[in-house]
Design a protein around this ligand. Structure first.
Ligand code: AMP
Ligand code: MG
Length: 339
């Protein structure tokens, strides 16, 4: 493969809302999109009627909005913000969801030797990709002492999270969208729908089959697009799996010819340099989300090794545009056009 491009995952279906296809008796595909978690959320379902589909999709949106209220680092009212404000002061009682996700994130940190680290919050808060703010080197260096997932204290019995050092911050931005996709899928199942696809930006979880019995087609985006035709570089068929993409083109700015993006190396506090994008396929959205960020930080060689160790599949586009896919994915992914 010789593809000079990188990735992001998009739902490949064509229409925006309403009925998309109808192939089995009584079963149709419906889709609705909205903005939640500061991004585009699209829910696609297979249902017998538009009413049933619409009601279930609204419930799924409600679940995602609720999680955003708990997990957002940007909202002062979120549990995560309360945990951060209480750093060095006291443990904070949190919901089962915040506790579960924090514990899971610490587990991934352990498995990736800290390449994935939610205490990156002390550094990530310094960067602003809208106003193109590049923090001072001295401040970045100073704060490195606040980045250490091993310091986070979780009490599962009391359902509390404690950051022992003043100034520590957690940032669940690298797992929250995948987790939200998981919880939205749970809701769709609870509503009795046999198949669905939830896409929270590039964090996508699918289950069940479409009326024609096929899986869900998901496009992997080319992150160095030059025109409309090269937007999607590969298509993946997703069956009861999640896929998540981390890319250096999602939130970034270019300053003095250098690209600064939002995925930071916890060892340095600066954007990780080894990849343009990483897509990970996993049973659950939260796992796919965490590992796509972690592998991005680790770079292509160590990243491939970690995917193998964790039993996950993935596609990596390295900093030079070279594409690598894990063996298990090679048969399930169709590369388009310019590879
Ligand atoms: P994602 O798009 O899932 O890769 O998540 C990127 C977001 O996760 C960033 O915008 C930060 O909020 C946060 N983040 C950045 N670097 C890391 C890291 N090394 N470990 C955990 N979270 C990170
Ligand atoms: Mg992630």
């Amino acid at each position: 493969m010789n593809i000079t491009c990188s990735l992001r995952l998009l739902a490949v279906a064509l229409a925006c809302a309403g009925i998309l296809s109808c192939s089995g008796p009584g079963e149709k595909v419906f889709r609705k999109g909205t903005v939640l978690m500061d991004t585009m959320v699209t829910v696609t379902v297979v249902a017998a009627s538009e009413e049933k589909a619409g009601a279930a999709i609204e419930k799924a949106f409600g679940v995602i909005a609720h999680l955003d209220g708990l997990l957002s680092a940007f909202s002062e009212q979120s549990e995560v913000s309360l945990v951060n404000r209480s750093a060095g002061i006291a443990p904070v009682k949190v919901s089962a969801e915040t506790l579960e996700l924090t514990a899971m994130a610490l587990d991934v940190a352990e498995k990736t030797d800290g390449a994935f680290d939610i205490t990156i919050g002390a550094e990530s808060v310094l960067w602003d990709f809208v106003t193109k703010r590049r923090p001072d080197d001295a401040v970045i260096r100073e704060r490195l002492g606040l980045v250490n997932y091993r310091l986070v204290r979780i009490d599962k019995k009391q359902s509390t999270v404690f950051l022992p050092k003043k100034g520590m911050r957690i940032d669940l931005g690298a797992v929250a969208k995948g987790y939200a996709a998981d919880k939205a899928v749970e809701e769709l199942k609870r509503q009795g729908l046999a198949a669905g696809l939830v896409a929270v930006a590039g964090d996508i979880r699918g289950y069940g089959r479409k009326p024609d019995r096929s899986g869900w087609s998901v496009g992997i985006r080319n992150p160095r697009m030059t025109g409309r035709d090269d937007e999607i570089m590969a298509v993946l068929e997703l069956r009861d799996r999640a896929v998540s993409t981390s890319g250096d083109y999602e939130r970034y700015f270019i300053l003095d010819g250098k690209r600064y993006h939002h995925i930071l190396d916890p060892g340095t506090g600066y954007p990780a340099a080894g990849c343009r994008s990483v897509s990970v396929v996993a049973p659950m959205g939260a796992g796919a989300d965490a590992f796509s960020t972690a592998v991005f930080v680790l770079g292509p060689e160590k990243g491939m090794a970690v995917l193998e160790m964790a039993g996950l599949e993935g596609v990596i586009v390295d900093k030079d545009g070279r594409v690598r896919a894990t063996p298990g994915l090679r048969d399930r992914i169709a590369f388009q056009g310019n590879n």
